[in-house]
Write a protein that binds this ligand. Structure first.
Ligand SMILES: Nc1ncnc2c1ncn2[C@@H]1O[C@H](COP(=O)(O)OP(=O)(O)OP(=O)(O)O)[C@@H](O)[C@H]1O
Ligand SMILES: [Mg+2]
Length: 284
């Protein structure tokens, strides 16, 4: 990016700020429920009148469109190489949520060329006025790409289950983000539990280890989603559980999760403005 382009981009970011909340949904271990949580949280937020864009940032196996039974014709690659605009690649899901599909062939965000960064910045900037929330469904683990999105987001929701490996992997993820990237705030959502007591035990255990070895970081308990047979049922039917089985036990929890996020504006400690996302993503 030239100095002039950088100055222009900075000016745009500084003058037109809109209060979009960029939240990553992430985990140390795979298969803990991130994609289901992202999709249903997006729908619950939409039901509360919010405009939501879901960014499928899992470069391994892109699957939020499959989960929702949607057919993505294009993906972010088409935007990056200039073939399509953001509007053209975005698909619409239930309750009007928007989805930016990923592709397993897409290159790592950290390695984008200057032209690609500019294109993405312009497209996102154009679109942001329409948004209240940007939910980023990341891959699992501590790869550069996962870190990239987690650090770009203002708020990070770490999904953890009672499985010991899920807890140790969540700790590993928090440790890398804290020690290498200086992130201090994390929100913890416990999935696949029987009840609130089990969820709090998981949170307490994770908190105790983090406290002991990582010192002054802030882990914020965001609640839990119970194990519910209607989730796998809805996955088989390729429809979000909240839409298909609105009175299922877990649906109540997804709605509460959305309410809780709406009631607690910025868990990330930043100014609640999406310009941070663009700036960090594009390093301008
Ligand atoms: N609360 C729940 N109750 C019952 N089953 C669940 C629950 N949450 C997730 N599952 C099941 O767990 C499986 C994994 O969920 P999902 O694909 O959302 O995980 P993920 O973290 O996105 O995985 P990956 O790391 O591969 O992207 C799904 O088959 C889903 O049906
Ligand atoms: Mg997933």
């Amino acid at each position: 990016m030239t100095q002039k382009q950088k100055a222009e981009a900075r000016r745009t970011l500084e003058t037109e700020s809109s209060p979009v909340r960029a939240i990553s949904i992430t985990s140390g271990k795979g298969g803990v429920g991130k994609t289901n949580i992202t999709a249903n949280l997006a729908i619950a937020l939409a039901q509360q009148g919010q405009e939501v864009l879901v960014w499928d940032a899992d470069l391994g196996l892109a699957n939020i469109d499959v989960l929702l039974g949607l057919n993505a014709l294009y993906n972010i690659n088409h935007l990056l190489n200039g073939e399509k605009t953001l509007e053209e690649i975005i698909i619409e899901g239930p309750k009007g949520i928007k989805i930016m599909p990923a592709s397993s062939g897409v290159q790592e965000m950290a390695n984008l060329g200057e032209g690609q960064k500019m294109r993405l910045l312009n497209e996102l900037d154009h679109y942001r006025a329409k948004l209240d929330f940007l939910l980023i469904d990341t891959g699992a683990g501590i790869s550069a790409n996962v870190m990239y999105f987690n650090m770009a987001a203002q708020e990070r929701i770490i999904v953890v289950t009672p499985e010991p490996t899920s807890i140790t992997d969540a700790y590993a993820l928090i440790k890398v983000m804290t020690t290498k990237y200086n992130a201090k705030k994390f929100r913890i959502l416990v999935n696949l539990v029987e009840n609130s007591r089990e969820a709090k035990d998981v949170f307490t255990l994770l908190g105790a280890v983090a406290d002991k070895y990582l010192g002054s970081i802030s882990l914020d308990y965001l609640g839990f989603i119970p194990t519910d047979e209607y989730i796998p049922k809805s996955v088989l039917k390729q429809q979000p559980v909240l839409d298909l089985y609105p009175s299922a036990e877990c649906s109540k929890y997804f709605k509460n999760l959305a309410k809780q996020l709406l009631n607690t504006p910025t868990g990330g400690g930043l100014d609640g403005n999406i310009k941070f996302l663009w700036k960090r993503l594009l390093k301008i």
